[in-house]
Design a protein around this ligand. Structure first.
Ligand code: GLU
Length: 254
């Protein structure tokens, strides 16, 4: 199976905002296992801005939000891809960095070029690690968040499954901290989730559950099943692909 896996900033950062290399390493182990089971993987990883911010803690003067995004992502993306490169290398897996912008998914010429880039990497067994090019993205033309980007990448690469990892087990029937709430295991196409979605947003990234569920609905309608799960759970990726019934998650059926 071809899988697009999106890892959110909150999965990759610790409470103090620093890059959680232990978690990253565990996710790399799992992706290597899935590849050894025959799956093809495309990784969409957030965490550039968050890891750049923690690296440049010493910066005292005020920066506007665009300056912050550009500066932090420039430093953080270098750190992030360097870690992935080294961690995957231990498994003999070559990774390649793909930094993209929204224009690459709209204009025909750009789109073809982006499609070609993904194709040539997959054909040559190079694992694409995709992120938005936050250093040069124009604010008004950005992806809503990396959830949107991952949906577009899953469609472009004709993935069978999109897995969105955040720091929550899935979509709940109520507040996740309320013991009477339960996870909605499967969601059929066209089902309204308005009464369930929690507006609370994670601190590190741009997205939230509303955005995840919108992307999941659209991507499932395009024929790709979408799973929302908790990237902080041990062995989550391997369990989702091998023992989904016994693993907490929400699956949008296609
Ligand atoms: N591209 C941003 C980063 O790597 C993440 C955007 C999002 O939170 O979805 O920091």
């Amino acid at each position: 199976m071809r899988l697009t896996i999106k890892i959110g900033s909150n999965v990759l950062t610790r409470q103090d905002g620093s890059l959680d290399v232990t978690r990253m390493s565990a996710l790399v182990d799992q992706i290597a296992t899935l590849r050894s089971q025959g799956h093809e993987i495309i990784l969409v990883s957030s965490g550039a801005v968050a890891s750049g911010r923690s690296e440049l803690k010493h910066i005292q003067h005020d920066l506007d939000s665009v300056d912050q995004r550009q500066l932090f992502s420039a430093v953080g993306q270098a750190k992030l891809i360097n870690r992935y490169f080294e961690l995957f290398r231990e498994y003999g897996i070559a990774v390649g960095q793909v930094l993209t912008t929204k224009e690459n998914f709209s204009d025909t010429e750009h789109r073809k070029n982006q499609e070609n880039c993904m194709r040539v990497m997959l054909e040559n067994n190079v694992l694409p690690v995709v992120n938005e090019n936050d250093t040069v993205s124009v604010t008004e033309l950005m992806f809503t968040d990396n959830d949107e980007l991952s949906g577009l990448i899953a469609q472009m690469t004709q993935s069978q499954v999109l897995i969105i990892l955040s720091n929550i087990d899935g979509i709940y029937t109520g507040d996740p901290s309320d013991p009477s709430s339960r996870i909605i295991r499967t969601i059929e196409q066209g089902r309204s989730l308005d009464e369930y979605i929690q507006e609370k947003k994670s601190s590190a990234g741009r997205g939230g559950m509303q955005s995840k569920s919108n992307v999941a609905m659209q991507t499932a309608a395009a024929g790709i099943s979408v799973i929302i799960a908790n990237g902080k759970r041990d062995d989550i990726l391997v369990k989702l692909m091998n023992d989904r019934e016994n693993t907490p998650c929400t699956e949008f059926l296609c």
